[in-house]
Write a protein that binds this ligand. Structure first.
Ligand SMILES: Cc1ncc(COP(=O)(O)O)c(C=O)c1O
Length: 427
C-alpha cells in the first residue's frame, strides 16, 4: 500500500532518534551521562500531582469542552494578565495537548500549499517538520553565531514576499538559549501587522530567563490580531508527560484550530487539566527554584565548555540548553559533522547530546542542562576526555611529540587522569 505524499515529507524527530539510541545504551546497563533530553529532571510539584489524584477520586474522568475547561482558560488569561499586563479574554485561549499540538493546529489552520514560512535557524526540529507537513515552504533565516544567534526584524523583512504567510519566533530559544529583546519582538510583530502575516511566538521557556532578564510575553502588546502565543506546562511546571499546553490568539484562528482538535484529540486529558489548573493557581515557588537551579547548572556547563580547547559557546540567557560550536575537532579525526561527532560521543564516551544537524546547523551540539549536576559534571568530564583523545590521535598522526606532551598534561575534566574516568572518554 502506498502511503501519502504528505507523510513522506517529514521524518521522525531527530531528537527522539538520539534519545532512543541513548535509551538502548541504558538498557545495556551502560552508565550514560545524558545531556540529550530537553526535559526537566525535577518531579512535578506535589500540589499539582495531588490535584490530579483528587480529579480521579471525584470522577473528573469524562470528555471536557474541546478547547479545555473554562476554569483553566480563565486562570490562564488571568495569570498572563498578572505576569505580563495582557488583557486576553477566555475566548482567546485554547488549551491543547502540549505546545506541540498548538503549533501543529496553527500551521494546519493557517497554511495553504506553497505558502512561505520564515523560520530563524537554528530552529527547534518540530517547527520545520510541521511546516512541511502542513504544505508550507520553509524559508530559513540563518542567524549568526558571532551575533549570538540574534533574530533581527530587518533580516526577517528582507525575506518577506507576496508568498509569505507566517513567521515563527521562539524566545527563549531551543536550542541556543538565545533571547530576543522585547523591543525587537515588538518590531517583528509590527512587521507581521504591516505585511498581513501571522506571527507565532513560541514562549514555552518564558519563565526560564537568567542574568537579570525579566519574563516577557509578546502577548502584552496592544495589537494582537496577527499574533499567536504558544506556551506549555511541560517546562514551566516540569509536566512533560501530562501533555498540556495552550495558545493565546485571535478568536477566528483559535476557532479553526479547535475544529481540528475536535476531530483529533477531542480535548486535553481531563485529569491533566485539573493538574494544570492547580499549577497556574498555586504557588509559583517551584518555578523560581527551578530557574535558580538551571542558572547554576548553566554556569557550570559554560565553565566546563570554556575549559575545552577550541570549543566556542554563545552564553545562553534563557531556556536550559547550551549550543557549543565543536567544529574545531572535525578535521582532527575525520569527523564529517556534528552528527558524526554526537554519534561517537555516545558510543565511545557514553555522553548523549543532540547534534546541531537536528536544528539546521552542522557545527554545533545541543547540551541540555535540564538534568542533575551529577550528569552534567560527568558529561563534561567525559567530553573533555573525548576531545583530548581526538587531539592526541591527531598529534600522534602528525608525529609531533612536543605537542603531545603539552596535551597530556592538560586533563580537561576534573583533574583525574584519563584512565580513571568512569565510562571512559578514553575508551
Ligand atoms: C521550542 C519548543 N516549543 C514547544 C515545545 C513543545 O513542548 P510540549 O509539546 O511538551 O508542550 C518544545 C518542547 O521541547 C520546545 O522546545
Amino acid at each position: 500500500m502506498q502511503l501519502s505524499e504528505r507523510i513522506s515529507r517529514i521524518s521522525v524527530s531527530t531528537i527522539a532518534t538520539v534519545l532512543q539510541k541513548a535509551e538502548k545504551l541504558k538498557v545495556r546497563d551502560t552508565k550514560l551521562a545524558d545531556l540529550g533530553a530537553g526535559e526537566p529532571d525535577f518531579p512535578t510539584p506535589d500540589h499539582i500531582k495531588k490535584a490530579a489524584i483528587k480529579a480521579i477520586e471525584e470522577d473528573f474522568t469524562k470528555y471536557t469542552a474541546t478547547g479545555g475547561i473554562r476554569e483553566l482558560r480563565q486562570a490562564l488569561v488571568e495569570k498572563h494578565a498578572k505576569d505580563y499586563g495582557s488583557n486576553y479574554t477566555v475566548e482567546e485561549c485554547l488549551v491543547t495537548v502540549g505546545g506541540k499540538q498548538a503549533v501543529f493546529e496553527a500551521m494546519s489552520a493557517a497554511l495553504n500549499e506553497g505558502d512561505e514560512v520564515i523560520l530563524p535557524t537554528p530552529h527547534w526540529v518540530t517547527f520545520l517538520e510541521i511546516i512541511k507537513y502542513a504544505g508550507g515552504t520553509p524559508v530559513l533565516l540563518e542567524t549568526s553565531e558571532s551575533e549570538n544567534f540574534a533574530v533581527h526584524a530587518k533580516a526577517i523583512e528582507k525575506l518577506i514576499n507576496p508568498k509569505t504567510k507566517l513567521v515563527i519566533v521562539n524566545s527563549p530559544h531551543n536550542p541556543t538559549g538565545a533571547v530576543v529583546p522585547p523591543a525587537e519582538m515588538e518590531k517583528i510583530l509590527a512587521l507581521a501587522i504591516r505585511h498581513n502575516l501571522l506571527l507565532i511566538s513560541d514562549e514555552c521557556y518564558c519563565y526560564f530567563l537568567y542574568d537579570g532578564r525579566k519574563p516577557f510575553s509578546l502577548g502584552s502588546s496592544k495589537e494582537r490580531e496577527h499574533l499567536l502565543i504558544v506556551d506549555s506546562f511541560s517546562k514551566t511546571y516540569a509536566m512533560t508527560g501530562w501533555r498540556v499546553g495552550f495558545a493565546l490568539g485571535p478568536r477566528r484562528l483559535l476557532a479553526n484550530m479547535l475544529k481540528l482538535q475536535s476531530h483529533s484529540t477531542s480535548n486535553p486529558n481531563s485529569i491533566a487539566q485539573k493538574a494544570a489548573l492547580a499549577a497556574v493557581e498555586g504557588p509559583q515557588t517551584h518555578v523560581d527554584m527551578m530557574r535558580a537551579e538551571y542558572r547554576h547548572r548553566r554556569d557550570r556547563v559554560m565553565e566546563g565548555l570554556q575549559s575545552m580547547p577550541g570549543i566556542r559557546c554563545v552564553p545562553p540567557h534563557g531556556a536550559f540548553y547550551a549550543y557549543p560550536n565543536v567544529s574545531h575537532y572535525f578535521k582532527k579525526d575525520g569527523l564529517g559533522d556534528a552528527s558524526a561527532l554526537a554519534e561517537r560521543l555516545l558510543n565511545e564516551a557514553h555522553v548523549a547530546v543532540v547534534p546541531g544537524t537536528a536544528f539546521g546547523t552542522r557545527e554545533h551540539i545541543r547540551i541540555s542542562y535540564a538534568t542533575s549536576l551529577e550528569h552534567i559534571n560527568e558529561g563534561l568530564r567525559r567530553m573533555a576526555a573525548f576531545f583530548t583523545k581526538i587531539c592526541l590521535n591527531y598529534v600522534r598522526a602528525e608525529h609531533s611529540s612536543s605537542t603531545l606532551h603539552g596535551l597530556q598534561t592538560k586533563n580537561l575534566g576534573s583533574g583525574e587522569p584519563l584512565s580513571h574516568i568512569p565510562g571512559g572518554g578514553g575508551n
